[in-house]
Unconditional design. Structure first.
Length: 120
């Protein structure tokens, strides 16, 4: 069962296609395919390994594909495996897409995307 969960998480976070790419997403908030009753205060992804903050980031797209303003994406102050950006505006109901990219400490570049929904 744990193997199935890992496969579903990997598919939901849009893992990069390169074999052996690092760092890999392990969890996210909001989670892939989550249905929220309110706008989240931030977008946060936890990776399997540390990354280079200067070359890593997050973008948020609204249901029509337009950019949603986020604050600067930063690494966690004590854990360089977390990348987070504050959501600067209240999100209206709809489906939102998170696009992420990270460059690992080992110089591997990975990118992906996933969606979540704010319910009406």
């Amino acid at each position: 069962m744990h193997r199935l969960s890992a496969i579903l998480l990997g598919a939901g976070l849009g893992f990069a296609t390169a074999a052996g790419a690092h760092p890999l997403p392990r969890a996210a908030f909001p989670a892939p395919n989550a249905v929220l009753s309110a706008s989240p205060p931030e977008i946060r992804i936890m990776f399997s390994e540390g990354f280079v903050p200067a070359f890593s980031g997050l973008e948020l797209r609204d249901p029509s594909g337009r950019d949603v303003p986020l604050g600067p994406a930063i690494a966690g102050p004590t854990d360089r495996k977390q990348l987070a950006a504050p959501v600067k505006t209240r999100l209206a109901p709809g489906v939102y897409t998170v696009n992420w990219h990270a460059v690992g400490d080992d110089s591997h570049h990975v990118a992906g995307h996933y969606s979540f929904q704010i319910k009406r």
